[in-house]
Design a protein around this ligand. Sequence first.
Ligand code: FES
Length: 103
Amino acid sequence: MLVCSCNYITDKEIVSTINELLDEDCWQLIVPAKVYHAMAKRGRCCGCFPTVVDLIIQTTEAYHANRRSEDEKVVDFMERLRRFHEEQRAAIQERRQRMAKTA
Ligand code: FES
């Protein structure tokens, strides 16, 4: 499925990159810009970022489930990851609304 129409990036490419980043450090905070940077791409309209955030959360959860990471540590990490991405999602939405008003 095409996720980013500006850069022609599919969900499989994004998930693969997220897994590579998690292999480097499974406790790092992954944001859409980090994923795109690892792919030598960059967000243009950033309309795909909410979907990338969902893929980051799903992929990170699956990554830890498959590796049977320490349950308590994973629950805490996923909670912080979700909270962080909710804040990011709200900031992206606010920025897009602001841009739409000025256009
Ligand atoms: S759709 Fe991904 S940057 Fe525009």
